[in-house]
Write a protein that binds this ligand. Sequence first.
Ligand code: PRP
Ligand code: URA
Length: 217
Amino acid sequence: MGSSVLPDNAVRLPQTPQLHALLTIIRDRDTPRSDFIFYSDRIIRILVEEGLNYLPVDEHTVMTPTGVPYTGVAFHGRICGVSILRAGEAMETALREVCRSVRIGKILIQRDERTAQPKLFYAKLPDDIADRWVLLLDPMLATGGSAIQAMNVLVSHGVKPEKIIFLNMIASPEGLQNVWKAYPQVRVVSAWVDSKLSDKNYIIPGLGDYGDRYYSG
Ligand code: PRP
Ligand code: URA
């Protein structure tokens, strides 16, 4: 999918040779679990860094050691992460590495293996989440059902859709369209956009079941 046909709320990471190479490693079915974890953690780190570029900043002046003031910017408002379990939990470490002491909520959603319909099991979110920007974390966006259900949970807890930034590693065009139709105000940042969904609603070419590869090898 070329970037020209991405929905207006979606962006991709710069499609660099490095990113392409990292993704090639984790797509390889012969990549062992330890390498899958190492290289997907590297991609996630790039994704989280890019996601932070969508947070608003305000002008902020500091005094430098030279005694001269410097007018720069500071992040405006507080953030939190929310991971969609299980696979989204793999993205928490990178967020903690770049945002010290960040609060992280969790939403457990599982796709029915036969129908691909998402089922919500529980949500544990910061009490003040309605006052925060939310980085929603899940590496795979297939039909979009799980992401949309997680966004429904966030909105039911008072989060404004325009304060949600959804970070995912591999998206399908169908999933991006479905998220766009449901929540056009949510910013979606994907590392890569693949060709399509299979008849079993897996991303093609994709990398298989992310949670199984990261957690069970
Ligand atoms: C995977 C993935 C997403 C979802 C994507 O999770 O991590 O949450 O499927 O599919 P969708 O866009 O069609 O909803 P899964 O439910 O398999 O659970 P897991 O994280 O435990 O592997
Ligand atoms: N979940 C995954 O882990 N991979 C897919 O391709 C679709 C859903």
